[in-house]
Design a protein around this ligand. Structure first.
Ligand SMILES: [Cu+2]
Length: 504
């Protein structure tokens, strides 16, 4: 890449950053003061190069029992990569990953921090390490234009798990583009040993497009100010800890997760479905103050350490238990555990039976009747042209089961709805007048005023498309069009499919 045209945009930016540094927490450049004169005791310390890892990996535990001068080399790179399938984003990274490289030092170490901003970068960057004692956490000392490097030294006085992040204006944008990571300052006595350690960080992405909208997505400042991210992610991409990228362990092992939240805005309710944290070091502090925790809250710009033993095999899902973020915005990962079953701790499914609660009678009656009709269809198949009629009847019975599971709660078993709240489906002029519209209501839901049999309703029906296959929707519509005195032709899956695929 050519260097000098890319440097141009940084010049007005530098001026802006300088101004911003006066008034805000954002840090601009500070003049270089020359190398620090280290006292002989520090100079005598052994020098070692820090091992940096990209997520979900964690550098090995520190074995030494004394302080060292630890050299950290961290390079900022801006590049475009996958955010989700078909979706690209220009990430700003520490060390080429989101979150950035995991740094591990020991309490009392003197850290010589070399910070480089790749020549292909478009803007300056810096780093504020929460593990640093000193103004800005290193931010002004490391403010670095593209194609430059900086160095500063700090002593890791306090043990703990700390977030680091960019503090260059506009700070939320730099963080939202992926500029955060974790630094662990191990206490002098070390961390209790475990079998596996993983590195996971949560952060939001504010794309101009909605979740899943394809193509290269730009950063949306308005959404970031409103804290309305289309994506809330673990480790920088949808699916970064899923399927063959899941983290793994074996039954009987102790697992530790170093979990941080880059934000820039949201707090995480960190939870692993099917596990209980045996120990939690809340807020990344050095005391595990709680045992047997289900969900631990991790603030933006904060971290936590959780330990748990895995007792039975299976897939454990990591989520932000603000669950729309997990199921609709991507905050979901997996831990796959292999090994022998222990059916006393967890039996797995023992019995599979139909249970429909209050609707049990109607529901299981319909199921019985469907099975009966299926047998009759098979028998009639060979010779009889009555098949068509029976197929519709079977669809009605299937549809009734769907109705009893999904629609019944609002539209009621007798199809009469509830006065003023839920419109009737029995002899409903509105529904019966337009079959295609009825499909649309079921799939896409309905809001606003609607008049059914002379009465006006102004309420909302949630979309059912996520809950229904095309065939199930066809079945339930066939049922409601033929129950309670209604009569109409059967619906088929093809008709539902074409409505489902309509552009909104
Ligand atoms: Cu930055």
């Amino acid at each position: 890449m050519k260097t000098h045209p890319l440097l141009l945009p940084s010049i007005p930016f530098l001026a802006l950053a300088l101004l911003a540094a006066r008034a805000t927490a954002a840090e601009g450049p500070s003049a270089a003061q020359g190398p620090v004169i280290l006292p002989p005791a520090v100079l005598a310390l052994p020098v070692e190069q820090a091992v940096l890892t990209s997520p979900p990996n964690v550098p090995p535990p520190i074995a030494r029992k004394h302080a060292a001068r630890v050299v950290v080399n961290l390079e900022v790179r801006e590049f475009t990569a996958r955010l989700a399938d078909g979706v690209e984003y220009t990430f700003w990274t520490y060390g080429g990953s989101v979150p950035g490289s995991f740094i591990r030092v020991r309490e009392g170490d003197v850290v010589e921090f070399f910070f480089a901003n790749h020549p292909s970068s478009k803007v300056p960057h810096n780093i504020d390490l929460h593990a640093v004692t000193g103004p800005g956490g290193g931010a002004s000392a490391t403010f670095t234009a593209p194609g430059h490097s900086s160095k500063f030294t700090f002593q890791a006085l306090n043990a703990g798990l700390y977030v680091y992040h960019c503090a260059t204006a506009p700070v939320p944008m730099h963080i939202a583009n992926g500029m955060y990571g974790l630094i662990l300052v191990e206490p002098k006595e070390g961390m209790p040993p475990v079998d596996r350690e993983f590195y996971v960080m949560q952060g939001e992405f504010y794309t101009t497009g909605r979740y899943g909208e394809e193509g290269l997505q730009a950063f949306d400042l308005a959404k970031s100010i409103d804290e309305r991210p289309p994506y809330v992610l673990f480790n920088g991409a949808v699916g970064s800890l899923v399927g063959d990228k899941a983290v793994t362990a074996k039954v009987g092992e102790k697992v530790r997760i170093y979990f941080g939240v880059g934000g820039p805005n949201l707090t995480s309710s960190f939870h692993v479905i099917g596990e209980i944290f045996d120990k939690v070091w809340p807020e990344g502090g050095t005391k595990f103050v709680q045992e047997n925790v289900q969900t631990t809250m991790v603030p933006a710009g904060g971290a936590t350490i959780v330990d748990f033993k895995v007792d039975v095999p299976g897939t454990y899902i990591l989520v932000d238990h603000s669950l729309s973020r997990a199921f609709n915005k991507g905050a979901l990962g997996m831990l796959k555990v292999e090994g022998p079953e222990n059916r006393v701790i967890y039996s797995g499914k023992e019995i599979d039976a139909v249970y429909l609660g209050a609707q049990a009678e109607a529901g299981s009656e319909a199921a019985r009747r469907e099975a009966e009709l299926q047998t009759r269809i098979a028998a009639e198949m060979k010779a009889n042209p009555v098949i068509a009629g029976l197929t519709k009847e079977a669809q009605i019975e299937k549809g009734k089961q769907v109705y009893m599971g999904l629609c019944f709660a609002c539209h009621q078993a007798d199809g009469n709805g509830l006065p003023g709240v839920f419109p009737p489906l029995a002899k409903a002029d509105y529904m019966l007048a337009d079959r295609e519209r009825a499909i649309r209501v079921v799939l896409k839901g309905m809001t606003g005023k609607v008049t059914v049999n002379g009465k006006t309703y102004d309420s909302a029906m949630p979309p059912q498309e996520a809950a229904l296959t095309d065939q199930q929707a066809a079945d339930v519509l066939t049922y409601v069009f033929n129950a309670w005195g209604n009569s109409g032709d059967a619906f088929n899956a093809g008709q539902v499919k074409s409505v489902r695929n309509e552009a909104r």
